[in-house]
Design a protein around this ligand. Structure first.
Ligand code: ADP
Ligand code: MG
Length: 140
């Protein structure tokens, strides 16, 4: 079993800062799955990840398109599987090209099964407190 690291935040800004740390470490081909309930802080975290990738583009959950792409030092594709009901694979979603061109981060990542993916779990601890757990780290 890999190491499991867990952190608690008490504001959206702190969650964004953790995301920014991750964003600075990302490389092309990295796939990161985010899991956790609505309002747990996944999109807030992605906002920081995009900044860490060197993007200044506004971050919002993709609704009508599968992925939003933020350009920066490293391209970051932001996928949200909220509307996907069954398990899907990278191939079903056509994510290979996005992975060739940068990193991919996926909200509702429990719906995507991929052994290469890092996995981060978000839990609401009430009010503004959230627990953020790296269940599986990036390979690098
Ligand atoms: P998700 O994408 O998981 O549905 P969002 O990031 O869209 O969640 O929403 C999280 C909500 O919780 C936002 O309204 C945010 O301001 C609020 N919030 C309060 N405390 C935190 C925290 N510590 N971390 C992240 N979001 C927080
Ligand atoms: Mg979201």
């Amino acid at each position: 079993m890999g190491t499991i690291t867990s952190r608690e935040t008490s504001s959206p800004e702190e969650t964004e800062a953790l995301g920014e740390e991750l964003g600075r470490r990302l490389r092309p081909g990295d796939l990161v799955l985010l899991t956790g309930e609505l309002g747990a802080g996944k999109t807030t975290f992605v906002r920081g990840v995009a900044r860490g990738c060197g993007s200044t583009m506004p971050v919002a959950s993709p609704t009508f398109q599968l992925a939003r792409v933020y350009s920066g030092r490293l391209q970051l594709a932001h996928v949200d599987l909220y509307r996907i009901e069954s398990d899907v694979e990278v191939r079903d979603l056509g994510l290979e090209e996005l992975l060739e061109n940068g990193a991919v981060i996926v909200e509702w990542g429990e719906r995507l099964d991929d052994p290469r993916a890092a996995r981060i779990e978000f839990d609401s601890l009430g009010e503004d407190r959230r627990r953020i757990t790296v269940v599986r780290d990036l390979p690098n």
